[in-house]
Ligand binder design. Structure first.
Ligand SMILES: [Zn+2]
Ligand SMILES: [Zn+2]
Length: 421
């Protein structure tokens, strides 16, 4: 028939497929929930390396090479993926960008484009449903559970990565990622150890096990750095500062500072704190490989620290009893105060009536001194006229307050207009 087409009826066309991540895990479908590629990369291959290590002798030269290569590839992630591409905390020359892209490729943690995009999402949506590795879903989930289980990419918070797409090194690394992983992750560590005839040792220790340690160290930034330590700059979200995390992550452990000042090229701001990534970037800056190292002004950093300190002080203050708040005290006429003071020891200090009956005997200056103020405005006496009382005395006095005087104090000129009204 003319005009007839094969387009299915609208009802069928609009059936959207539910992502496996949005279905509950059951005994029958659990294997569909598992991201088997990631499990191979971060669980099965490291497990194979651990088993091989049992009968592969570790030679000293290979051990030194493995540690050195660990630092090199970890720096690719911390200085490259994280501080350069995810946060733009400095600009790097083309040779440095190529070296960082290769080094980070050898740590086997996805491409710079993938890594930095998710990390921007993590910063923008920290601790929410849209945070790709929110610690609120559990420390195991933040560490690597989010990679082991398939994720619905639509659920991750969206971020702008136009700058990453405009960087030819990022695009090149993303396009040739698998080749770079094999070359930098396994071939280079093997070939270098081959110089002293330890090809297999190089493969197991500088290759597989080194990859395992770099991966775990990076994962600690998402788990440990959101779980262990202090919050000197802001406590509304989970990031924390701790030296242990810093030691494990090339200085990324000052994570509370980092989440507050993400485009600062430093994570540790004190010279004695461990941040080799910062030291490396600074050195590159000295030799012209890096430029525009961004730093927040000390004044802004101190503001944050002080506000957090103030919050702690306020919380502590709220735990203590400071006496009945002035706004909750009844208002008393001066004449009523004078009348009541005849039967009970009441004194007025700074417009507030205090009941000192039970304190007469305990007064360090003697009963007579305090009695001299009963039924009177003792403000001047209390504040230096007779004795300049301590801070503790002021605090103690505030515990005895029972009323406020209408008009504030005994001044006749103030009382008169009120009476006339
Ligand atoms: Zn974080
Ligand atoms: Zn970050």
């Amino acid at each position: 028939m003319p005009g007839e087409t094969n387009i299915p009826p609208p009802r069928d066309r609009h059936v959207s497929k539910v992502h496996i991540a949005d279905t509950p895990i059951t005994l029958r479908n659990w294997h569909k929930h598992v991201n088997w590629l990631n499990v191979t990369m971060i669980v099965l291959i490291p497990l194979y390396g651990c088993i091989q290590a049992f009968w592969t002798p570790l030679r000293l030269k290979t051990a030194i090479w493995a540690v050195a290569y660990y630092f090199f590839t970890a720096l690719g992630v911390t200085a490259g993926y994280h501080r350069l591409w995810a946060h733009r905390s400095y600009t790097a020359t083309l040779p440095l960008r190529i070296i960082l892209a290769l080094a980070a490729g050898g740590s086997v943690q996805g491409s710079a484009r993938w890594w930095a995009r998710l990390h921007r999402s993590h910063h923008r949506y920290t601790d929410t449903e849209r945070d790709p590795y929110s610690v609120h879903k559990g420390i195991f989930y933040a560490h690597f559970g989010w990679m082991i289980l398939k994720q619905n990419p639509k659920r991750f918070g969206r971020t702008d990565i136009s700058d990453l797409n405009a960087d030819p090194v990022v695009v090149w690394q993303h396009r040739h990622f698998l080749k770079i992983v094999i070359l930098m992750g396994l071939v280079v560590p093997m070939v270098v150890a081959g110089l002293w005839d330890d090809w297999w040792g190089g493969f197991v220790y500088a290759g597989i096990l080194r990859i395992f340690f770099v991966q775990q160290a990076t994962f600690c930034v998402n788990s440990l750095a959101h779980w262990l330590g202090e919050q000197p700059f802001d406590d509304r979200n989970s990031p924390r500062d701790h030296v242990v995390t810093a030691l494990a992550t090339m200085g990324e452990g000052y994570h509370n500072f980092h989440h507050e000042f993400p485009s600062d090229y430093r994570n540790a701001i004190r010279w004695y704190q461990y941040d080799p990534t910062k030291w490396a970037i600074w050195c590159w800056g000295q030799v012209g490989l890096a430029r525009d190292l961004k730093m927040f002004r000390e004044n802004e950093i101190e503001k944050g620290r002080l506000q957090q300190l103030q919050k702690k002080v306020d919380r502590k203050r709220a735990e203590l009893d400071w006496g009945t708040p002035l706004s909750e005290l009844p208002v008393m006429e001066w004449e009523e105060f004078v009348e009541r003071a005849k039967s009970r020891a009441l004194v007025v200090v700074a417009g507030v009536v205090h009941d000192v009956e039970d304190f007469l005997k305990e007064h360090p200056g003697g009963k007579a001194m305090i009695q001299a103020g009963v039924g009177k405005d003792a403000t001047a006496m209390f504040n230096g006229g007779v004795y300049y009382h301590s801070n503790a005395a002021h605090n103690l006095l505030s515990m005895m307050r029972v009323a406020v005087i209408r008009g504030g104090c005994e001044v006749e000129a103030w009382k008169r207009p009120q009476k006339e009204v």
